[in-house]
Design a protein around this ligand. Structure first.
Ligand code: HSE
Length: 379
């Protein structure tokens, strides 16, 4: 297979290194995986040409690239430009592999429809939970099972940050800067800590497992409001906080939410170290499954890109199910709020922190401002 790598940042480089390292083995097994072009920005073209042997081109030459390759691996992290790269490839019947969760989430229906129309593979394993093979098995699972529950930790940066704060009392800002240095965080880390990155990934899981929803409408709260006083109090109670994404069928649609959850003890999501992610999936026939592994970083995410390229080369990808629209159902829960509140919904107040009774999430939001940390208590 002839391919083009678009973008040569963290993920692009990871995929490139693996493709080069496994070149001979691929040739003997799945056939040659030839990097025919690397598509770079005008700014980085010259320096990249000095660094790698493959032809480096820019967007201006993309038509020529599409004439010659079977598949493109898009790893730009961009939005409009990435969409154009993907749309044009799929329209032409050229396969697309991408790590770009923001772009796939924003254009999911259109890109999937294009792939169905032209028969070109559209694969985005690297877009959800970094290095964990979860979308590939989920495609197959969806054919055989009704999916009854999806729950997980989908952002490596938040997991790393919360672990460091709870274990070592680390400083929020310093640790976030470290996550950027380690290649975990998004270009704008607000996307990580406000939960938007998690929301995009949950959106893709929902599209695959349940049906079409407006991804931006999934209720989302991140961890940006957490501070040392909350951490110290919860630690004294032997509790932990994780940013959790969950979705399950409910009356009137799908209950889907991204928010911090307080766990006590050894729940499998509570004990995930470093930037590890986990996706728990319940299927009607198979039962409970857990997919665990590195959720971010150059090599793991590059590995997921290469896995999709191999699937494209071997034409072994499972189809995506066509599904209709589903509604987002209202969310209820018991909550911890980092502030003293009054009202019928209050169960108790301890050391200035409020525990609520089971209540509608919407009602809680009315009683809060944007700056107050809150978290759902584990069911
Ligand atoms: N910023 C993302 C994370 C990268 O921290 O999980 C992987 O999608």
């Amino acid at each position: 297979m002839k391919l083009a790598l678009i973008g040569f940042g963290t993920v692009g480089r990871g995929a490139y290194d693996i493709l080069k390292d496994r070149q001979e083995l691929f040739e003997k097994t799945v056939g040659p995986m030839e990097i025919a072009y690397v598509v770079a920005s005008d700014r980085s073209r010259n320096t990249l040409e000095l660094e790698i042997d493959e032809p480096v081109v820019t967007a201006k030459e993309y038509d020529k690239v599409l004439e010659e390759v079977d598949c493109v691996a898009e790893a730009t992290g961009a939005m409009d430009m990435a969409y154009e790269y993907m749309r044009r490839a799929l329209e032409k019947g050229v396969g697309v592999v991408t790590a770009n969760k923001a772009c796939v989430s924003a254009h999911y229906e259109e890109l999937v429809a294009l792939s169905e129309k032209t028969g070109a593979p559209f694969l985005f394993e690297a877009a959800v939970a970094g290095g964990i093979p979860v979308l590939t098995p989920l495609r197959a699972l969806c054919l055989q099972n009704e999916i009854e529950d999806v729950k997980g930790i989908l952002n490596g940066t938040c997991n790393y940050l919360l672990n460091a704060m709870f274990k070592e009392g680390a400083d929020y800002k310093d640790t976030l800067a470290l996550c950027q240095k380690l290649g975990y965080a998004e270009q704008d880390p607000t996307d990580d800590v406000e939960g938007y990155d998690t929301r995009r990934k949950l959106h893709l899981l929902i599209e695959m497992a349940f049906g079409h929803v407006d991804g931006d409408a999934i209720p989302t709260r991140g961890i940006a409001q957490i501070d040392q006083s909350v951490v110290a109090y919860l630690k004294s109670q032997n509790k932990k906080v994780k940013l959790v994404a969950s979705a399950k069928p409910a009356e009137g649609g799908i209950e889907a939410v991204v928010e911090p959850v307080i766990f006590d003890g050894g729940h499998s999501l509570a004990i995930l170290p470093d930037a590890i992610n986990q996706v728990n999936v319940k299927g009607s026939w198979v039962g409970d499954l857990a997919f665990t592994g590195p959720g971010a970083g150059k090599e793991p995410t590059g590995n997921a890109v290469v896995a999709d390229l191999v699937a494209a080369a071997t034409k072994s990808a499972m189809p995506l199910l066509k599904r209709g629209d589903v509604k987002l159902a209202p969310i209820r829960g018991r909550y911890f709020v980092a502030k003293e509140l009054e009202g019928d919904f209050v169960d108790r107040v301890e050391e200035g922190f409020t525990y609520t009774k089971d209540m509608a999430r919407e009602e809680l939001l009315k009683a809060l401002d944007e700056k107050t940390f809150f978290a759902r208590l584990e069911d």
